[in-house]
Write a protein that binds this ligand. Structure first.
Ligand code: PLP
Length: 393
């Protein structure tokens, strides 16, 4: 049997990522492949670093995309900054904090876990207490925007606490970058990683990272070799670093980088602050519709992420059946619950290019229809109008 070309359906992506990719970014991906040491490509890399510095609000020289998804950016931060025996405090309030623990332990570090309720922000008081009880801590790590629950933590306060105790900080900004206010230099973040498929609305597979001069100092003065050859920044810097004659480390994912370049140009055109404001405004419109229907948010209002809306599934509603109907009839993807929240919540993403009025109205209309047909305990016929009101205001 001859296998034919793969033609995916045209979906609307309103889950926890990937988010909708714009035609501009898709077109950029299809441009001619050139060599990864071609002078024209090197110029593009330099622009990319500038664009990423803008997105992260940093002057850090060591700002670049890792050639692999967000999880690899996470791993790059931990393997470079944690040496065997190093104590690392991890503030966990969802799935991704658990992965940080895995990373620390695989580096031979000692993870001290602080647990916060899933669906809540990280509690700074708990961090202050744990730092006091563990004065030998080297690194503090936490997730800025917990995509598994929809909670936003106060990164500025947490980083300040860590610095007061002389610790470096590792921050997961996979879902926050471009969607929520994030200021790497102003807040003093030492190591940060993100992903391309959430609020940057690019294809998955790249992880923008940035390291402060203090973090770089630590990396250069390690007593032990970084356990990962591929992610050892001492080596990667030979290709991405400043003022170096770029040397082969690995072949960059050339066309994927065209896509990221284009999505960052789009971010620059819109303006970072405008992007944050758009995510917030659209969240309020979606929220008005969902609440009019009677659906309830998981996270308290002040700790809510605008780009990831976690809702409690109403009693008696078949989670899998609802999502399958949305996908099959409406070509609409929303997210299921993750970890302990599986089967209990839906996660509606309004990320990047997908955060727009058309998607909000489409999603609310689809939910209204399908939940109505499932005889779910919601109020029908009011959601779209409630969102309209906010969008018009
Ligand atoms: C999506 C996500 C990741 C992992 O990114 P991948 O690209 O899937 O590897 C890590 N942290 C958070 C908070 C995320 O939302």
């Amino acid at each position: 049997m001859a296998i034919k070309s793969f033609h995916p359906p045209q979906r609307t992506l309103m889950g926890p990522g990937p988010s909708d990719v714009s035609a501009r970014v898709l077109a950029a991906l299809a441009r001619p492949t050139i060599g990864h040491l071609d002078p024209m490509f090197v110029t593009m890399m330099d622009e990319m670093k500038e664009l990423l510095k803008y997105a992260f609000q940093t002057k850090n020289e060591l700002t670049m995309p890792i050639s692999a998804p967000g999880s690899a950016g996470m791993e790059a931060c931990f393997v470079n900054l944690v040496e065997p025996g190093d104590k690392v405090i991890i503030c966990q309030n969802g799935v991704f904090g658990g992965r940080m623990k895995e990373n620390v332990e695989r580096c031979g570090g000692v993870a001290v876990m602080i647990q916060d309720d899933w669906g809540r922000a990280v509690d700074p008081q708990k961090l202050a207490d744990t730092l006091k009880a563990n004065p030998d801590t080297k690194v503090v790590a936490f997730v800025h925007a917990e995509t598994s629950t929809g909670a936003l933590s106060d990164a500025k306060t947490l980083v300040a606490l860590a610095h007061k105790h002389g610790c470096l900080t590792i921050v997961d900004a996979v879902t926050s970058l471009a969607g929520s206010p994030l200021k790497v230099d102003e807040w003093g973040i030492d190591a940060i990683y993100s992903g391309t498929q959430k609020c940057l609305s690019c294809t998955p597979g790249l992880s923008p990272v940035s390291f402060s001069p203090r973090a770089l100092e630590k990396i250069k003065n390690r007593k032990t070799k970084v356990q990962s050859w591929f992610l050892d920044l001492n080596l990667v810097m030979g290709y991405w670093g400043a003022a170096t004659k770029r040397a082969y480390h690995h072949t960059a994912p050339i066309n994927a980088l065209y896509g990221l370049h284009e999505s960052l140009v789009m971010l620059q055109e819109e303006g970072l602050e405008n992007s944050w404001a758009r995510h917030q405004k659209n969240h309020l419109a979606l929220r008005a519709g969902l609440e009019a229907m009677g659906l309830q948010f998981v996270v308290p209002e002040k700790e809510r992420l605008p780009q990831l809306n976690a809702l409690t599934i109403p009693a008696g509603v078949d989670d899998a059946a609802l999502r399958a109907t949305l996908l099959n009839e409406y070509q609409l993807e929303i997210g299921a619950g993750l970890g302990v929240m599986a089967g209990k919540v839906w996660r509606i993403g309004l990320m990047g290019y997908a955060s727009n009025p058309r998607n909000i109205l489409f999603c609310l209309g689809a939910l209204d229809d399908v939940l109505g047909r499932m005889k779910a305990p919601v109020k029908n016929g009011v959601a779209v109008a409630a969102a309209h009101k906010v969008l018009a205001g």
